[in-house]
Design a protein around this ligand. Sequence first.
Ligand code: GLC
Length: 547
Amino acid sequence: MLDLWYKNAILYCIDVETYMDANGDGVGDFEGLTQRLDYIAGLGVTCIWLLPFYPTPNKDNGYDVMDYYNVDTRLGTLGDFVEFTRQANDRGIRVIVDLVINHTSDQHPWFQAACKDENSKYRDYYVWSKEKPEDADEGIVFPGYQKSTWTYNPEAGAYYFHRFYDHQADLNITNPQVREEIQKIMGFWLAIGVSGFRVDAAQFLIEVRDNQAQLDVESPYQYLKEIRNFLSWRRGDAILLAEANVSLEELPKYFGDGDKMQMLFNFIVNQNLFLALAREKATPLVEALKAMPSIPETGQWGHFIRNHDELSLDKLSDAQQNEIADAFAPDKEQMWIFDRGIRRRFAPMVDSDPRRLRLAYSLVLTLPGTPVINYGEELGMGDDLSLEERNSARTPMQWSNEPNADFSTASPDQLVLPVVTEGQYSYKHLNVVDERRDPKSLLNWMERAIRMRKECPEFGWGTWQIIETGNPCVFAHRCEWRGGVVIAVHNLSREAYTVTLELDDGDTERLIDLLGDQPYEAIEGTSHDVQLKGYGYRWFRVGSHHL
Ligand code: GLC
């Protein structure tokens, strides 16, 4: 029997820094987060993914790590981390943590030692060149903010490679000592209770420069197998969830035969989902799903609407990107970033239209895979475009209409990032307490939808197929697992439609309504005419039993 907990999980992504501040210094912390665990449990979350919380100069939201074995003092102590994990586990919630091993901060003692002394063993932990390589201006990840991928360090007398910002020096994974360090880091966090890792920048982690020694394995993908083997030896039920925004052809290499990553974020479906939402047509989503490679039995897609980064649209054509920008980021100057994406949260993109919000999250909860929700999405939080770079979508969690949204008791100018105070997304009208009291709120909808999703393991575990409806605006799919069958139907358009589901002979029983944009009766008999309002959605169980 396979115990693949992540197949029916609800992942919730949290940045400790902006979630809840218990000690009143303006920065969220583990103690505050621990106090909010009942809220998270109440939402139905089964696994928390923590953004980096390690000691850091914090020039890239913690993705610049200077010590892999500790908690940044602003956020608490290792003791607070263990207490948080224990209390999460008590509520049946697992914890996975960001594993940022493509690079370290330039403040990491390894990099400092490497620069100081050419003969230090740490020199070869990084990637160097005496001359500036010709491709130094290529492959910049943060165009407009990052100048190069090779920067001269005067102390070292050489150029070092950095795929991201110049303060994020790439580690050299061809060096066996670096690979051992990475295993030690993984072993440490596994030993204190995490259920796995979100592997940051996986495609760059395994990238090997021409001038690096070759890996002593056949291909860089074998390195993914190496870390997976280590992980599984140390903790059999732990997972690796990789951030690999790569082409369709490359995706299967990250899953391997079930011997590499268990989970991958599905960036291609995400981008095409946005195209579908912008066009109000299901077709781009259907095509993206049809194009997906089949994955191993133990593999799983992570589906999401937004994450803590920009909404990257890099896999779409310029014309498609423009369609999405026209619909969701009309003020391109302010809203567009890195020549490829949108730095807004989702709710403002659809002007908080309750129908469109629920449609999108209903899709994420039913797409074949595991849903990943970013903190604040359950409230429909907004953004602050006056903030730099991707910080626009990283403002503190809005708990109540008390000062600072009850995120912190510090004075507003001390907050790590300002809370949203203006307009319809201000914490004064949009917060947990108010939404909890309002039966029609997005928060209460999300809680109910998550509950239903967990009762339909077919969506996460099952084999799936697209059901033809003959209507290009309607997306319908069917998931089957261990004899159970569920169907979800989504109308991407503002127009109401009735579609007839063309079901297999086996599915001639009645369709029991599970969740929808309004209560409906079961569809009896063999007719499978489904009515949908504009942006409507309906989930069904096929058969005679409601549960
Ligand atoms: C990943 C993170 C992003 C970070 C980058 C560099 O893409 O999601 O936030 O800036 O890696 O670590």
